[in-house]
Design a protein around this ligand. Structure first.
Ligand SMILES: [Ca+2]
Ligand SMILES: [Ca+2]
Length: 237
């Protein structure tokens, strides 16, 4: 009796706590929620959301570029979405770097934006890390304030676990991230494919692994099983 109950409890919790992995990449498996844009100080009113590559640079022919990147529709009840109550175990952002460069500072975006209308001038003078447009402190810093190729070309995989947990918890509004250059010496631009990249597999990719929380019924069954085990043990004692 006791062994059967333990086995039942273990099987039930293992089944509901199995991990799932969600991936979000523009136009792959029906996902349409990615958006990105480079804002050029040299073309301060020009809208560039359609470009196949993005560029973070302190000096693109003398002028800085800022990049905005976001993934919408991550959370919900749909088949490919992160469900309410699912615990984020890990998350990564994968970028396909086409030009090695100095570095990138990642800030949470706090102001809403759209890649069809975001320009250097629409943010005043590029994205401001003022705690209103974007968070004052970067949550991830790659590379250094020099002109070296600190970020190599090729596939770059970044740990975005905490970034996704902030979104799930609602401590950030979910407007994605500003990708900013080191100023003033991050003069070697980092380029990578956008959500419009010709090859779908090179577009920015968000991968989120979750562990399901056991449903209330499972907990009840587990508790009942443990209670019976306890009762059996007490009778034996
Ligand atoms: Ca874009
Ligand atoms: Ca470069």
């Amino acid at each position: 009796m006791k062994n059967i109950l333990i086995a039942l409890a273990l099987v039930t919790t293992t089944a509901t706590a199995s991990a799932a992995t969600y991936t979000f990449q523009q136009d792959v498996d029906g996902y349409q929620g990615a958006m990105d844009v480079t804002m050029y100080s040299s073309y301060p009113d020009s809208s560039n959301g359609y470009q196949q590559e993005l560029s973070v640079d302190a000096s693109d022919s003398g002028s800085p570029n800022h990049v905005l990147l976001r993934f919408d529709e991550l959370f919900g009840a749909g088949a490919g979405q992160i469900k309410a109550g699912e615990q984020i175990v890990s998350a990564t952002l994968t970028l396909e770097i086409t030009s090695a460069g100095s570095g990138i500072l990642f800030h949470d975006m706090l102001m809403d934006w759209n890649s069809a209308s975001a320009t250097w001038n629409s943010f005043g003078d590029g994205v401001q890390t003022d705690g209103i447009q974007a968070a004052a402190t970067p949550f991830l810093v790659l590379g250094a304030d020099n002109g070296d190729s600190n970020i190599e070309s090729g596939t770059l995989v970044l740990d975005f676990t905490d970034a996704l947990r902030r979104m799930q918890a609602g401590s950030v509004p979910g407007y994605g991230w500003a990708l900013l250059p080191f100023m003033p010496n991050g003069t070697n631009g980092v380029d990578f494919y956008s959500a419009e990249g010709y090859d779908l597999n090179t577009r920015p990719l968000l991968t989120v692994e979750v562990a399901a929380v056991p449903e209330p019924g499972t907990w009840a069954m587990l508790a009942a099983g443990l209670g019976l085990i306890g009762a059996v043990a007490r009778r034996r004692a």
